[in-house]
Design a protein around this ligand. Structure first.
Ligand code: IMP
Ligand code: MG
Length: 176
């Protein structure tokens, strides 16, 4: 089976929205330093672009959790593959994610990170699929785009490790 990619959100739309969210974060955290946590690998493209649009001091750290295989369905299994390098104590932590689907990954992550005593803990996502949410109490503080229940790739998101480098967001359409 092969697949086709249909553009859903253009590169220009993504750039413009990341600028807006970057400005909003800079205003909301004015006078503070924000500690961005990237959830690898999908969040990496968004984190780089977003951090360039934030005008207050920024520090970065990376974490890898796995909840998906090479499939398009959530396995519900979440495990830490790579933990953070730095402690979160007293920091204004902003988790930067590519997409929130069921919310299982983030629900689990927020719980673990909250126990490390950050000064604040918020969530920023490039994409949100609200119709797919299983963890209902998960609050997305910053969201660039809400999208329908479709499997998307590009801007860091993959399908079986492919398409992460597409500069736009596209829907995967499987064809026989
Ligand atoms: P959740 O735990 O169901 O919220 O899933 C979160 C993770 O699943 C994301 O960080 C992605 O890695 C992956 N994921 C969910 N939906 C998609 C999609 O449409 N395309 C690519 N990856 C996805
Ligand atoms: Mg992710």
């Amino acid at each position: 089976m092969s697949e086709k990619i249909r553009e859903l959100i253009s590169e220009a739309e993504i750039d413009a929205r990341i600028r807006e969210i970057g400005q909003q974060i800079s205003r909301d955290y004015a006078g503070k330093e924000v500690h961005l946590i990237c959830v690898l690998k999908g969040g990496v493209y968004f984190m780089c672009e977003l951090s360039k649009r934030i005008t207050i001091p920024v520090s970065l750290d990376f974490m890898s959790v796995s909840s998906y295989g090479d499939d398009t369905k959530s396995s519900g299994v979440v495990r830490i593959v790579k933990d953070l390098d730095q402690p979160l104590e007293g920091k204004h932590v902003l988790i930067v994610e590519d997409i929130i689907d069921s919310g299982r990954t983030l629900g689990y992550l927020m719980e673990i990170l909250a126990k490390r005593n950050p000064a604040s803990l918020k969530l920023c996502t490039l994409l949100d699929k609200p119709d797919c949410r299983v963890i209902k109490n998960l609050k997305t503080d910053y969201c660039c785009f809400e999208i329908p229940d479709e499997f998307v790739v590009g801007y860091g998101l993959d399908y079986a490790q492919k398409y992460r480098n597409l500069p736009y967001i596209g829907v995967v359409e499987l064809e026989k």
